[in-house]
Design a protein around this ligand. Sequence first.
Ligand code: HEC
Length: 134
Amino acid sequence: MKRISTLSIAIGTSFALMSAAGYAQDSADLAALAASGKKLATNNCAVCHTFGKGEPNGQGPNLFGIVGRPMAAQPGFKYSAGMQAAASGKVWDEKLLDAWLSDTQTVAPGNAMTYFEGDDARRRKIIAYLSTLH
Ligand code: HEC
């Protein structure tokens, strides 16, 4: 009995170490994703959007803090009727952003953003970057 419990403690400890290492790996991966996402966002979104805290809206709304923000809720930005109609009760998370960037019209029919990103890997990078804006 004693041997079994020592063994299970040993196993438990090594699982804990493994998952700590896994976590460090995940956050390193996430940081790398976000860094390349920042470049993509600068090249593809910054013509219409700003990303810094308190920066003015452009043709599109400022995106600081977008993950966790309700849809169409940026003060001072005049959203289209389509965007406002779709917004009720929706909050931006990774999944909704992925759907939005894949095809904005399925998320908010009649909205005014004329951009989409068809590449899964590029969307993941952009969304990883957006998640850091807090
Ligand atoms: C040609 C200009 C343009 C480009 C390029 C563009 N957007 Fe937009 N975006 C808009 C406009 C305009 C809106 C508001 C749409 C409306 O009111 O119908 C918007 C809205 C959004 C929203 C919703 C914000 C909110 O407050 O609910 C998100 C998120 C978003 N854009 C992300 C992006 C990302 C990420 C990129 C780059 C990958 C991008 N956009 C590229 C013009 C653009």
